[in-house]
Ligand binder design. Sequence first.
Ligand SMILES: CC(C)(COP(=O)(O)OP(=O)(O)OC[C@H]1O[C@@H](n2cnc3c(N)ncnc32)[C@H](O)[C@@H]1OP(=O)(O)O)[C@@H](O)C(=O)NCCC(=O)NCCS
Length: 451
Amino acid sequence: MTDSTTAAPAPRTDPVAADGSGAAGSGRDSLTVTDNRTGQTYELEITDGTIRAADLKQISVGGQGLATYDPGFVNTASTRSAVTYIDGDAGILEYRGYPIEQLAEHSTFLEVAYLLLNGELPTQPELDAFTHDVTIHTFLHENVRQLMQGFRYDAHPMGMLMSSVSALSTFYPDANQISDPENRKRQITRLIAKMPTLGAWAFRHNQGKPYVYPDNRLSYVENFLAMLFKMSEPTYEADPRLVKALDVLLILHADHEQNCSTNAVRSVGSSQVDPYSAIAAGIGALYGPLHGGANESVLKMLRRIGTVDNIPGFIEGVKAGKEKLMGFGHRVYKNFDPRATIIKKACDDVFEVTGVNPLLEIAQQLEKIALEDEYFVKRKLYPNVDFYSGLIYEALQFPPEMFTVLFAIGRTPGWLAQWSELVQDKEQKIARPKQIYTGYRTRDFVPMTER
Ligand SMILES: CC(C)(COP(=O)(O)OP(=O)(O)OC[C@H]1O[C@@H](n2cnc3c(N)ncnc32)[C@H](O)[C@@H]1OP(=O)(O)O)[C@@H](O)C(=O)NCCC(=O)NCCS
């Protein structure tokens, strides 16, 4: 694994203060700003559609440089990245330039992981070597098993996953040698290999069933399914159509550029901590209902609707603002979510094996009605990745608490590719946002008796 394709560009020179010469229509890649407090004009360089926030510092009154205020990073680029491209208006998602539709159809999850991490599709020998490396790292230290067994019987699997990934840093203390490429490669391989084992054991723990050890004769997804569902049979044999569907779902979740959890990985990673700690932070971010938990809400919504006859009443309630149509709408995708189209197709393959989930008819009818309704059309609300994925996961016998664990396993190569890029990016610094202080200034301490 050579994580070398993402070297950061050389830092640019500081902008020049100007006298208004960068006027509108001059064709220059710059922004002219007049500070009305002082009447001074500045010219800020525009590169790739952005200005540097640090360039605003020179616009200063009383020694106080200008800054931007952007809660939730809604209009702030935090990095240059060559991993994933999204065009929300056009419904485009590409990993390293390859459209998600082509990867879902022709590739496998491990091949996509290699692509994300290395920037190029592997040759057959490269893929074989990567698959071999991942396969031989699936086992966990026995003390990790004991650690997981210490959780309460009903512990949420995401809490177990986050804690156990974090604990891995104590088993591999050399993982903090993050500037050593070989070391990084070793930890990346370990994490991708061990995530299914950790996820499956969290699931078995919830079920009160014995943990199943990896079977390295099986493929990545087959092995995961075996660790989840194997009972007394000597070898667990999964239906290849289900294996393919789960593999596709993992591919669809493998990266999504600078979202909440990736930002958490990068932010924590910027302190130069080991990757296990950084990925544990990403799992924590994903655990939240605004990020990884929407497909569970879709299932609950479909159950509550209950029958096709109740759909019009439900839609009226949504339009009246009583609730949201879960699984619809996206911050970035405004015409369609390309992942939703692929998942819809995977539904057919899965239901061919498992029998149709009765909620599918409600989902399909709901989608049809919503896509024709002016309320949703006007607001550009289309099914997102979560609208159908919950139905598939349920058909594969996953309880809702496991949905986000599957997301985390899929997202691990993306998190690691982004972490790897961060570590090699000479322009990056420890993440340390500014604040606008709104509290008291210097006050004298008040003794207890006088409060
Ligand atoms: C994903 C989501 C958070 C994006 O939010 P956003 O980009 O901030 O979009 P907004 O909340 O500004 O929505 C724009 C308008 O569409 C409406 N809207 C957005 N999603 C809606 C939904 N799922 N059902 C009904 N109305 C919705 C909003 O109420 C708003 O209407 P208004 O202009 O009349 O106030 C939002 O669409 C949502 O909550 N969807 C449901 C949850 C979900 O499926 N999440 C998974 C995302 S992968």
